[in-house]
Ligand binder design. Structure first.
Ligand code: ZN
Length: 254
């Protein structure tokens, strides 16, 4: 893109693409939740990930090998995350859905904040902290019920079969939920516009979704601060702050 393009110009351009579109989808990553005080886990040494390597603790192997240590890490994280609130960027995405400008939001985030902002069709491809399930019998508990499952050993245990209870988030080394990925792929293929917000688009298989939209003849708009592998193929590439830019988008839509 040549010359200086201001936030409002890009927001107007994005507003135009959204109005022209019939089947737009929003794809979000960690960047949309940073203004809510949730650090991107890919930025080591910040907040809840301080002194912890998530690739060592938040793996399915680690969960089974040393469940106590897993929960030692995850239990306070649960508490911290449950207190977080959606920000204006989540609210803008919910507003786009209310105005019938997007079909759904596909998110890599596990924080429930799209639901909190009022989005209705949310596809959580990395799962969510909203529930935890017994790894033996499949019984399920809401986030606020999990605390009561902990014994003195610091492990959350199923009240029925005494099996290990695990948060319904996708840990490193686990497969992504098949139904959610199928729905996400179908939305991506049917989309004439995919708006990617706050994702580096580097973590597969989610990173393959924009390719599905492009292959089917759809367009890409990308709003995120760092580089992405799709920057050269996007119709609009916005590097600004997610809250400022999505607020400007709503203004531009009028
Ligand atoms: Zn059980």
């Amino acid at each position: 893109m040549a010359g200086q393009v201001g936030a409002s110009t890009q927001a107007s351009e994005l507003a135009r693409l959204l109005r022209e579109s019939d089947s737009a989808v929003v794809l979000t990553g960690a960047g949309i939740s940073v203004p809510s005080g949730i650090p991107d886990f890919r930025s080591p040494g910040t907040g809840i990930w301080e002194n912890v390597d998530p690739f060592e603790v938040a793996t399915i192997e680690a969960f089974h090998r040393d469940t106590r240590r897993f929960w030692e890490f995850y239990r306070p994280r649960f508490e911290t995350l449950s207190e977080k609130r959606p920000n204006a960027a989540h609210e803008a995405v919910a507003e786009l859905e209310r105005r019938d400008l997007i079909e759904a939001v596909v998110t890599q985030n596990i924080d429930r904040l799209h639901h909190g902002a009022g989005s209705e069709r949310v596809i959580e491809v990395h799962g969510s902290i909203a529930t935890s399930s017994c790894t033996t019998c499949g019984s399920s508990w809401l986030l606020e019920q999990v605390e009561a499952l902990f014994g003195d050993d610091g492990v959350a245990e199923c009240t029925g079969c005494m099996g290990k209870v695990k948060p319904d988030v996708v840990l490193f080394g686990e497969m992504l939920p098949e139904a959610a990925m199928t729905e996400a792929r179908e939305l991506a293929m049917a989309a004439d516009l995919m708006l990617c917000v706050g994702s580096s688009l580097e973590v597969y298989p989610v990173a393959g979704l924009p390719e599905l939209t492009l292959s089917a003849g759809g367009r890409l708009a990308i709003l995120t601060q760092g580089p992405t592998p799709y920057d050269g193929e996007a119709d609009i590439r916005i590097h600004g702050d997610v809250v400022e830019e999505l607020t400007a988008l709503l203004s531009a839509l009028g």
